[in-house]
Design a protein around this ligand. Structure first.
Ligand code: CA
Length: 360
């Protein structure tokens, strides 16, 4: 017994000895970085909360034992909301959190790394990014600009949006004034919608006063926070326009390459953890918020009529083809995305779809 104790103690001493040595190599490499954000102070998911960008900064600092500290600035705290792309490019900050489709004006292919109407959900988008060639294409698109990106969050499926009057046919879109950004706005416009671009904070007053007839934002939790249930009662589902929505962690490529391999691994792993945790947070909160909206605010949550969905789908295919035809880089990303999606849809039809039907 005594002998075994002695051996255990000796083994423990051997094991702990290297840990007691002064961490010389660690002390030589510490980094103080800045991260800006396209979303305002206090925004749940986009700035604060589990799996958010500020949580990412905390995770990286903890995992690196303080060797990589990232100071976070919400929109307006260091630079205006949508200037993160240039700030990271010119090295003013090392990182920015936003959505890649905000840069679609100068980089039309960026849309595919956030979401594509009638594209893929959280599972499919991540399958494409991590294991379907998506990350390689994202790197290829950004490397010439001195940038690198990682997925760092996802809202999951969004909602079609809020309408003051029910939608019974495609004709109801004609002349409808709707707040809807991005590619989906282009699609609605081809069906006669008068598309309005409003920042999140202006949606509620515009919808309440009838300046707009309909609006899209995110999903039940975020939409309830804006009070949209008090301005319209018809809440259509599902997010044909945004089957998921990737939060982009944009990184200055030279800064990224200056990090030792272990800190790069920590950044990648923390980003991946936030991608999952933010999604889980949204799923949990949306479930409770939707129930509250229906039970306590008289909200009617319904799917769009099938012929309306069919018209949106056809208009989306035309719009995507037009964009792909306009630019060889978009064509390459578009074709890769669609080839992966076609294969993934086949698997989804066999596995996920019957599973959902079993639950219903
Ligand atoms: Ca949205």
């Amino acid at each position: 017994m005594k002998r075994r104790n002695f051996l255990t103690a000796a083994a423990a001493a051997t094991m702990t000895a290297p840990l007691a040595a002064p961490p010389v190599a660690r002390a030589q490499t510490s980094f103080n970085w800045k991260m800006t954000n396209a979303y305002g102070p206090g925004s749940p998911f986009y700035v604060e909360g589990p799996g958010s960008p500020t949580d990412f900064c905390r995770k990286v600092e903890a995992m690196s034992d303080g060797r990589l500290r990232i100071q976070h600035f919400a929109a307006g705290e260091l630079i205006p909301a949508l200037e993160g792309f240039d700030a990271v490019r010119n090295g003013t900050v090392e990182m920015n959190s936003a959505n890649a489709y905000f840069w679609a004006g100068r980089l039309p292919a960026a849309q595919y790394f956030t979401t594509v109407p009638f594209g893929m959900n959280f599972q499919g988008q991540n399958a494409w990014l991590y294991h379907g060639g998506g990350m390689e294409l994202w790197d290829e698109l950004y490397a010439p600009l001195g940038l690198k990106a990682l997925p760092v969050g996802n809202t999951g499926v969004q909602m079609t949006g809020w309408f003051r009057e029910p939608i019974t046919s495609v004709e109801d879109f004609r002349g409808l004034k709707m707040r809807i950004p991005g590619l989906a706005g282009k699609v609605y416009a081809t069906l006669g919608v008068d598309v309005k671009l409003l920042p999140g904070g202006e949606i509620f007053p515009a919808l309440e006063r009838g300046v707009i007839d309909a609006a899209e934002f995110v999903g039940p939790y975020q939409d309830r926070r804006l009070g949209l249930q008090n301005a319209a009662k018809y809440y259509y589902t599902t997010g044909w326009h945004e089957p998921c929505n990737v939060t982009e962690l944009l990184i200055n490529k030279a800064a990224w390459e200056s990090l030792p391999a272990d800190l790069q691994a920590i950044v990648q792993t923390a980003a991946m953890a936030c991608n999952l945790e933010s999604y889980a947070w949204c799923e949990a909160n949306n479930a409770a918020a939707l129930k509250d909206l229906v039970d306590n605010f008289g909200v009617q949550a319904n799917v769009l009529p099938p012929e309306v969905v069919a018209a949106l789908k056809a208009a989306t295919a035309t719009a995507l083809e037009e964009i792909a035809a306009s630019d060889p880089v978009v064509r390459k990303v578009h074709d890769a995305f669609m080839a992966f999606k076609a294969e993934h849809d086949g698997w989804t039809a066999i596995a996920e779809k019957p599973l959902y039907n079993l639950k219903a």
